[in-house]
Design a protein. Structure first.
Length: 190
């Protein structure tokens, strides 16, 4: 991992809060308790994570969103969780990861090119379950290591720190030959 663990709190504190963050975070307690999303919840996450996919998410029915998200948030299989969510229109690995990150009781990362870079992984041409499990495992190992220094750190703040570290360092380190950056990076924000 590129981010030195003693610096995690400082990078998390510099993560820019946006109005959209509150729209998805305010739903967390209710969704974790009910273990299901409604169409409005899905649209809020898609607006926050990937505005391009948000218009597709609005094509889902309320019944589809409740049934599929309920299954995914209750599933015991990692594969069932991440792949079931992708049955919903407008949801691919990055958005499904955001749903798990925000609304599943367990710790999940958000699949994002900035977090991938900070963890020291290569950006794949496309995402699949094998890459997802590798990414989640590496992120969770780094989170556990970070908890040794910062036991009160939330998974959300850890993910924010990884994102912010890339935002501040990825271009600079790439130019100096110490990192890699795809020529065409996905759009901000997340």
């Amino acid at each position: 991992m590129r981010l030195p663990l003693p610096e995690v709190l400082a990078y998390a504190a510099r993560y820019p809060e946006r109005e959209e963050d509150a729209k998805v975070m305010d739903r967390t307690n209710r969704i974790r308790k009910e273990r299901e999303l409604h169409l409005a919840d899905l649209c809020a996450v898609c607006d926050w994570k990937s505005r391009r996919s948000a218009r597709h998410a609005r094509k889902n029915t309320e019944e589809e969103v409740v049934e599929i998200s309920s299954f995914a948030l209750r599933a015991t299989s990692e594969k069932a969780r991440i792949e079931a969510l992708q049955l919903l229109r407008g949801v691919s690995y990055p958005t499904a990861s955001a749903i798990l990150h925000l609304y599943h009781a367990g710790p999940y990362p958000i699949l994002d090119f900035r977090v991938i870079w900070t963890l020291g992984l290569e950006q794949p041409p496309s995402y699949d379950f094998k890459y997802w499990t590798r990414f989640v495992d590496m992120w969770r190992r780094a989170l556990v290591a970070c908890w040794r220094l910062h036991p009160a750190l939330s998974a959300r703040d850890f993910d924010r720190a990884l994102w912010q570290y890339s935002k501040e360092n990825q271009g600079r380190l790439t130019e100096s030959g110490k990192g890699m950056l795809r020529k065409s990076s996905p759009p901000e924000p997340r």
